[in-house]
Each structure stands twice: as structure tokens, then as C-alpha cells.
Design a protein around this ligand. Structure first.
Ligand code: C2O
Ligand code: CU
Ligand code: CU
Length: 488
């Protein structure tokens, strides 16, 4: 049975002590989902979940004394799926890589050992680290390895970030096949929260579920060539997606009730192209963080939409029947209508903790408001998104040798991002986070709806260097919807 699969964490030996924390998800139930929900939709979803052998447990590695060294072996592997197996790309044999837990000020070293058939690389999405250290142009050839060193600054906001390959032309295939993992930056508020809540990581993706190895010496099928082409036109345009949403590699996790603690979940949308609207059938859902760190205070929400690449941190308060976290896939065309049936992401038991009152006393944060009246941006840029079959930024496709956008270190810039295409594009900037006009908190992905615009203000207060701004529909990124930005 798959629920007896032990998770192994590969840790480099060395002078640095690496603590191997037992997974924060270690009390995910391995039994089926018990459900007493009424309503047809709930029933059929529960039955679907009930046939799945559940593990849903991610391993986790924590920094000690300011440092952490991690080894990630990227390989094509067979992983359990229902009663069978499927092919995936894995880090250390797992369908989602180990959760990396660090603190502001830590030094994190990640060695990527590339056992794949094709080149790969690594990007720490959302981390405020230098573009030289988080360099998206590095290529790790098959059979070789590379060690990234990240000096996480003291001013890094605590929150949920993630890592994934960033190899031009192959990113969509590698991320959608399973190469991703969470990076959690923790501070003292997390220590306090941990006395009241659980702290679990849910990584959602929607891989192709293939029974025979799609990457071994075959040249048929849907492959991105090294030149970044080779997918069919439709996939290049709408992005790839798989038949079902998987959470930590399985179809819907079941979280065992912990009557002492409230269920706190960090959700990563690692899907290559799908936006997900999350709703909760229980009593109440609170949002603690957007993708760029904590909100000013916990906020009661009815739903939260995660574009590809986005994260959120939520607390779920069950009703007397427990509750289910449901994801609805949304189309990136037109108005963003629901597509496919709603899918269960996680089920929590009725006995989970309910005392949400205490959370407000744990943190009241004072996020700077870049849209406050007194803030006058140092510069304004208009960024246009054009085309349809092969969308562009400012009329250009990605060219690693040209600088498309320039900004000055130490400034705040306003960007007006105009989308002249019929599709929504979740636009992502490396290294520097920003605020979106009319939205709360800090972000690193902003979704610009078709034929509309969004205003963002970016804090360029530290780091110089060159990195990228791109669409997080990864087939768009791979086919050139990516611009080079230089900050000096
Ligand atoms: Cu999550 Cu440049 O990407
Ligand atoms: Cu990124
Ligand atoms: Cu796009």
C-alpha cells in the first residue's frame, strides 16, 4: 500500500547540522475520507476521494543555526497513483519535493543533481534574494549537478514561497510533471501561531497521468524541443493541464482532526496553467497571507483565487460535519468561467480546532502601503501584453541577450500592465515584490484580465542585477512571454 511509503530526505553531510523535522503533515490520515456531507455534489466528490490510498505527506527540512544545505535529485520516477503507478518527474523520489523551512537571515544552499534526460535548473519563486544568486539563466546539463547559494536577507517577509525549474523551453513540462516544492520562511509569529494551529503544506498540480515513461528515448508525443517549440498550437496558447488536480501527489488529502489546534494550510498553486478558486464547505475560512507574506491581520474570506504560481495561507474552521476545501478550475479566456467539476483538495474533520478569536491577537502587521497618498512613484512604465497565439511583452518575445525593462535601485516604480489579448495572464516578477492597486498585502504574481489593465507598485529598494518578468502560464513563458529586467 502506498500509505506505507516512507519519505526520505536527502541531506548533504557537512559541518552544518541539518535538523530533519518530522513532516508538518505527519498526522494526515491514511484512511479514506469519511464524509457525512449532504448534497449530490459533495457525495460524488467524497466517493471519488474515498477510493484513493492517501499519504499526502511531504517531508520537511529545517535550517539550524542560520544555515541549511539541501540536495535535490531530479529524476524521472514511477510514483504511486491510486492502485497503480504513473510516471512523474520527482525531487528525491517524491511527487512534491521536501518542504524547505528557513528564517530571515539564513543561508540556504541547494544542490540540484540532474538525473533527468534533459537540462534543468532551479528558481526560488518569491524569495527576495539577489538575481545573481537566483539566476534564471543557469543550465544544469543531464548527469551534472550545481549548487545554488541563497543569502536570505533579514528583511525577507515570512511566508510561503516555492522552488521549481526555470529552464527556458522546458519549464512547463518539468513543473507540470512534478518538479516543485515549498519554501517556508518562518519568524516569531509562526512560533506563536504553532501553539494554536497546525502548519501544513498543500502543493496542487495537475500533471498528465502517464503509465509508461514518456521521456525515455521516444520522440513522439508532446515534447518541448530544446528550442522551446514542439507543443501543439493549442497547448502553446492555452497552456497544458492534466485530468485531475493532485494535492501533494494524491487526489484530495484527509487531515486528521486535531481538537487542540486550528487547521492552518499553506496552499501552493503549482499547476502549469490553471487558476484555482478555493472555497470551503465548513464554517469559516480565514486568510492569513497572500503570496508575498502576511496580510495586516487575519481576514474572513469566502473564496480565494490562486493564479498559477500563487500561494495563500489559510485557516479552516470546521462546521459540525467538518469541511472540505474545494478547488474550481477557471478558464484563462474571456471572463474566466469555471471549467471542469469542482475538485476536493482537502477534507478536515469536525473535531478540528475552532478558536479563531485568538489569531487576531497573534499578529497585527503593518505592511507599508505603496499606494498610500504620500507615496509618489519615482517612475512609471507602461507594459503591454499583446498577441494571442504567441503572446508578447511590449511587442517582443524573450531574448536573453536584450534588456527589455530598466529600473533604478532604491526607487518605487509604478507599472501599468495593459493586456490587449483575449486571455488572462498571471504576470510574475522575480526578486522584487510589489503591491497591486486595490488588493491587500505583498505579491509577486498579478493577474491581468483580458482587455484590461492592472497597476502595480514595485519596491526596488535593494539589489542590482538582471532577471526576468514573465507570464506564469508556463507554456506562455516557454514560448517567449518573458522580458529581461535590469536594475542598477
Ligand atoms: Cu515561478 Cu520565473 O517563476
Ligand atoms: Cu519566480
Ligand atoms: Cu500568459
Amino acid at each position: 500500500m502506498f500509505n506505507s511509503v516512507r519519505k526520505t530526505v536527502f541531506v548533504l553531510s557537512g559541518p552544518i547540522l541539518v535538523g530533519l523535522a518530522l513532516s508538518a503533515c505527519s498526522n494526515i490520515a491514511s484512511n479514506g475520507v469519511a464524509s457525512s456531507n449532504s448534497g449530490e455534489q459533495q457525495d460524488s466528490m467524497s466517493q471519488l476521494a474515498a477510493v484513493i490510498p492517501l499519504t499526502g505527506e511531504l517531508s520537511s527540512i529545517q535550517s539550524q543555526q542560520g544555515a541549511l544545505e539541501v540536495q535535490l535529485v531530479a529524476a524521472e520516477s514511477q510514483v504511486p497513483y491510486r492502485d497503480e503507478t504513473r510516471w512523474a518527474m520527482t525531487y528525491n523520489g517524491e511527487v512534491s519535493g521536501p518542504t524547505i523551512r528557513v528564517k530571515p537571515g539564513d543561508q540556504l544552499k541547494i544542490t540540484v543533481d540532474n538525473q533527468l534526460e534533459k537540462p534543468t535548473s532551479l528558481h526560488t519563486h518569491g524569495l527576495h534574494v539577489s538575481p545573481d544568486q537566483d539566476n534564471p539563466t543557469i543550465v544544469i546539463e543531464p548527469g551534472t549537478s550545481y549548487t545554488y547559494t541563497y543569502d536570505i536577507p533579514k528583511n525577507q517577509r515570512a511566508g510561503t514561497y516555492w522552488y521549481h525549474p526555470h529552464i527556458h523551453g522546458l519549464t512547463a513540462e518539468q513543473v507540470s510533471s512534478g518538479l516543485s516544492g515549498a519554501i517556508i520562511v518562518e519568524d516569531s509569529v509562526d512560533t506563536e501561531l504553532a501553539t494554536l494551529t497546525t502548519d501544513r503544506v498543500l502543493i496542487i498540480n495537475d500533471p498528465q497521468l502517464v503509465a509508461s515513461n514518456p521521456w525515455s528515448d521516444s520522440d513522439e508525443g508532446m515534447h518541448m524541443g530544446d528550442e522551446g517549440s514542439g507543443v501543439d498550437m493549442m497547448t502553446a496558447m492555452t497552456g497544458r493541464s492534466g485530468p485531475v488536480l493532485l494535492t501533494n501527489g494524491i487526489t484530495g488529502v484527509s487531515l486528521e482532526a486535531d481538537s487542540e489546534k486550528m487547521e492552518r494550510l499553506r496552499v501552493v498553486n503549482a499547476s502549469a496553467s490553471m487558476s484555482l478558486e478555493l472555497t470551503f464547505t465548513g464554517q469559516k475560512m480565514l486568510q492569513l497571507s497572500s503570496e508575498g507574506g502576511r496580510l495586516d491581520q487575519p481576514k474572513t474570506i469566502r473564496s480565494v483565487t490562486l493564479a498559477p504560481g500563487e500561494r495563500t495561507e489559510i485557516v479552516l474552521i470546521p462546521s459540525k460535519d467538518g469541511g472540505q476545501l474545494i478547488a474550481q478550475r477557471l478558464s484563462s479566456e474571456g471572463e474566466g468561467a469555471p471549467i471542469a467539476d469542482p475538485e476536493v483538495i482537502a477534507t478536515i474533520g469536525p473535531k478540528s480546532g475552532v478558536n479563531s478569536a485568538d489569531l487576531t491577537s497573534v499578529f497585527i502587521q503593518r505592511n507599508t502601503d505603496l499606494f498610500a497618498k504620500e507615496v509618489v512613484p519615482d517612475a512609471t512604465q507602461i507594459i503591454s501584453l499583446d498577441g494571442h497565439m504567441n503572446p508578447t511583452i511590449n511587442g517582443k518575445l524573450y531574448d536573453p541577450n536584450s534588456i527589455d525593462i530598466k529600473a533604478k535601485k532604491g526607487t518605487v516604480e509604478e507599472w501599468v500592465i495593459r493586456n490587449n489579448t483575449p486571455m488572462a495572464h498571471p504576470m510574475h516578477l522575480h526578486t522584487w515584490s510589489f503591491q497591486v492597486d486595490g488588493e491587500d498585502g505583498w505579491q509577486d504574481v498579478v493577474t491581468v484580465a483580458p482587455n484590461s489593465e492592472q497597476r502595480i507598485r514595485i519596491d526596488f529598494s535593494d539589489y542590482e542585477g538582471t532577471t526576468v518578468f514573465h507570464c506564469h502560464i508556463l507554456d506562455h513563458e516557454d514560448t517567449g512571454m518573458m522580458a529581461v529586467i535590469n536594475v542598477s
